[in-house]
Design a binder for this molecule. Structure first.
Ligand code: SAM
Length: 246
């Protein structure tokens, strides 16, 4: 299995193209599909303290600050991502290079909300992240996780006909919980596939209440704006879990 330094190196390799795509590209998956769901799950964030695990170049932290959060801490393993986030820092947001599988520097019951926006699939030990998030959340606080849908992280390719048209998505090796190797924006990287029950059972074993599960699909309005999201009408690519610490 890849160690954390190999995984970090992949994100260092990806960072320049990733940051460019997020800031200058169309970014359909986030703007057209996941942002509305994630913001709705966060609710009114005015005056709240929020932790973003795997914040990347900080876009969702900035959105939370714009919506009135009192303090947002973004953590990411990749120094280049954190430097990019710091370039656009506005005062109520702060960024640190840190592995979210160990939040030892944060006191118990510090945050009202913790967000994990497409980060748990990158973690070799997502259970450690759940345990740590549970500890640093206040009672009644929410942990909001957007992740690759387990049906899509098992194996990712479309089966096409001779004309190259998409016929259906292949689902195979679902019960093989292990690394998967992909290419994103031309750069190779690793993430981790786990079944739906593995995720849900660990949320429950950690002590969370599962408040809501959302399988985002695209609305007619958003599809007009982001026609490249048409696959989202056919297969669930992402899943959002809304958890609460009792
Ligand atoms: C798919 S990106 C998502 C970034 C951001 N949340 C967004 O939606 O734009 C995943 C991020 O997780 C970070 N990451 C991967 N493993 C991590 C770890 N163990 N601790 C903290 N961050 C990690 C990567 O460096 C990368 O920035």
């Amino acid at each position: 299995m890849s160690d954390i330094n190999d995984l970090m190196q992949e994100w260092i390799n990806l960072a320049p193209v990733w940051i460019k795509e997020v800031r200058e590209g169309k970014n359909s998956v986030r703007k057209g599909l996941l942002d509305p769901v994630m913001l709705d799950a966060c609710g009114n964030v005015e005056g709240l303290s929020i932790l973003d695990c795997g914040c990347g170049e900080g876009r969702f932290c900035r959105m939370l600050v714009e919506r009135g959060a009192k303090y947002v801490l973004g953590l990411d393993l990749c120094k280049r991502m954190i430097e990019a986030a710091q370039e656009l820092q506005s005062g109520r947001d702060e960024y640190r290079v840190h592995d979210v599988q160990d939040l030892g520097f944060i006191e118990d019951e510090t945050f009202d909300i913790v967000v994990s926006y497409l980060n748990q699939c990158d973690l070799p030990d997502f259970k450690a992240n759940n345990k740590e998030v549970f500890r640093v959340l206040k009672r009644g606080g929410k942990f909001i996780i957007a992740n690759l849908h387990p049906m899509r992280s098992a194996i990712g390719s479309w089966y096409r006909n001779d004309k190259g048209e998409k016929l259906h998505v292949i689902l195979d090796n679902y019960f093989d919980e292990s690394e998967r190797h992909w290419k994103m924006l031309g750069v190779e990287f690793t993430n981790f596939h786990r079944t739906l029950s593995t995720y849900l059972n660990n949320f429950i074993e950690t002590g969370f209440i599962v408040k809501k599960i959302i399988e985002p699909t695209v609305t007619a309005d958003k599809l007009k704006e982001y026609p490249d999201l048409d696959d989202e009408l056919r297969v669930p690519n992402f899943i959002v879990y809304v958890l609460e610490k009792p």
